[in-house]
Design a protein around this ligand. Structure first.
Ligand SMILES: [Ca+2]
Ligand SMILES: [Ca+2]
Length: 265
């Protein structure tokens, strides 16, 4: 029925219905035309089906080729991975051997003790810190040898004054008075006018008052004087006096590295 429609429609639109169904060459032509149309339609359908299936078949071939190619790639990658794993194992073995040789030839490691900051110096009560020393200003009076003995009983000695800064520090600790005198650690009792510190080292320079030391009355021990006279200054305050005189005194204890920090009471 569908095959006859394209033929019947144009005829019915231009010719009367009695002539379409009547005998004669028109009927034969109609039949032939309908047959040709049917053959053409069947051919079109067949060709369409053929080309429709053809790509599918080609796609299957392509997929198969792709699968084979991918399989080959996977095999190649697997082989590469296995080779790399073998090389990795070999390299690890060589590394371990080299580390073992290095450990055998390496010098022993000397572990240095952790560097810690030295503990701050803390002087006992009544002792005063300057640089790495603690100083004690006595309140009672003794002669020079007894003063030195007292300082030694504290692990100290009569003060040894090497710098103007140290001299000024001690001077500032001393109270002013009519004639406040304090023994410190210098003497020329062994050889006149050859002043030495209590540690045996010779004096270099010094902070003598003008005209001192003068050995006025056999004076072999040094002391510092601080008075109410403001013009008297630290760097010109040393005098010599007989060692038997009784005066307060200044002790010094070095507190640097290696020194005993304990001061007996
Ligand atoms: Ca003297
Ligand atoms: Ca003198």
């Amino acid at each position: 029925m569908e095959l006859q429609r394209p033929q019947a429609h144009p005829i019915s639109s231009v010719r009367p219905a009695s002539r379409l169904s009547g005998p004669g060459p028109y009927r034969l032509a109609t039949i032939c035309l309908a047959t040709l149309c049917a053959i053409l339609l069947i051919s079109i359908i067949a060709v369409s089906a053929h080309y429709k299936n053809k790509p599918q078949g080609g796609g299957e071939v392509t997929t198969e080729i792709q699968k084979q190619t991918q399989g080959a790639n996977v095999s190649a990658l697997t082989a590469t991975i296995q080779k790399l794993q073998q090389e990795k194992v070999q390299l690890q073995r060589e590394r371990d051997e080299l580390l073992a040789k290095l450990a055998a030839t390496k010098a022993p490691v000397v572990i240095k003790p952790t560097q810690t900051a030295p503990a701050p110096i803390v002087c006992p009560m009544d002792w005063h810190l300057f640089n790495n020393s603690c100083y004690f200003i006595s309140r009672i009076s003794r002669d020079w040898p007894e003063s030195q003995s007292f300082c030694q009983s504290k692990g100290a000695h009569l003060a040894i004054i090497h710098t103007a800064e140290e001299q000024q520090f001690l001077w500032d600790l001393l109270p002013r008075g009519h004639w406040n005198a304090y023994w410190f650690g210098i003497t020329d009792s062994h050889t006149e006018d050859q002043w030495k510190w209590v540690d045996g080292t010779p004096l270099v320079g010094g902070f003598w008052e003008v005209g001192e030391p003068n050995n006025h009355i056999d004076e072999d021990c040094g002391y510092i004087v601080k008075t109410r006279v403001l013009e008297r200054v630290a760097i010109r305050s040393w005098y010599d006096a007989p060692c038997t005189m009784n005066w307060p005194y200044i002790c010094e204890k070095e507190m640097g590295p290696g020194a005993s920090t304990a001061i007996p009471h």
